[in-house]
Design a protein. Structure first.
Length: 154
């Protein structure tokens, strides 16, 4: 559940974006999101930990092996992390999510740490970014194109 729903009971379109992000992480990782407080942690916690240590490919469910390009799956995971930002203002709209999923040249903004990973579901105003625009762009440099080369799951 979105942190604003848990804390304030607010159910909004951005809460749906959060839920979509968690659902995508569950599908790609093959892990069901655990109940808050379980020792194993949530799927969001697991994916974020691997994202921060640059081991995002480890999140992909081995049962999906060979069904898609790893680079595309990693992009979808980054989009899902963007959907799970603590502040609703930092989450993309669903139309922006669709745009990012459809546009292979779209550069996905770097997500900030999701909620519940530091025992604080909603950041205070001082920790929020002053820029609430997700910053979607269609520009790629040659080095970004070459670094996004296809990797096959084997």
């Amino acid at each position: 559940m979105a942190p604003e729903y848990l804390v304030k009971g607010q159910l909004t379109e951005k809460a749906d974006v959060y839920a979509f992000g968690v659902l995508v992480l569950e599908i790609l990782s093959g892990r069901k999101n655990s109940i808050f407080g379980q020792a194993s942690g949530s799927v969001l916690q697991s994916v974020w930990k691997r994202y921060k240590s640059n081991r995002l490919a480890e999140c992909i469910d081995p049962a999906l092996k060979g069904k898609f390009l790893v680079s595309e799956a990693l992009n979808v995971i980054r989009i899902a992390l963007l959907c799970t930002q603590a502040s609703p203002d930092l989450r993309p709209s669903m139309s922006e999510v669709v745009e990012m999923l459809n546009d292979r040249e779209c550069i996905v903004p770097m997500p900030m740490q999701p909620p519940f990973l530091n025992n604080n579901p909603i950041p205070d105003d001082s920790s929020r970014s002053s820029n609430t625009n997700t910053g979607i762009t269609n520009q790629l440099t040659n080095s970004e194109i070459s670094s996004a080369s296809t990797i096959s799951l084997q």
